[in-house]
Design a protein around this ligand. Structure first.
Ligand SMILES: [Zn+2]
Length: 77
């Protein structure tokens, strides 16, 4: 069985789906028996999901949105 340290080292690859089938099984096996790592993985997954929701370039996105809204408003007039 993996140690917690080995498990943590594989966590981000696990979440990204980068592990081989065998490694994935080892990670799942460890998670089954280790509540600490389960919690860790859950937090990591949550953080990844949050990061994905954030735009890469917030300012540019906001500008584009503002421009689109302005265009829409012009269309209505
Ligand atoms: Zn563990």
């Amino acid at each position: 069985m993996l140690t917690c340290k080995e498990q943590v080292a594989r966590s981000s690859d696990y979440l990204d789906g980068q592990l081989t089938f065998r490694e994935r099984l080892m990670v799942r096996h460890h998670l089954m028996f280790c509540p600490n790592c389960r919690r860790f993985i859950r937090q990591m997954r949550l953080m990844q999901a949050t990061l994905k929701m954030l735009p890469d370039e917030p300012v540019k996105e906001a500008d584009a949105l503002a421009a689109r809204l302005a265009a829409e408003r012009l269309k209505d007039q």
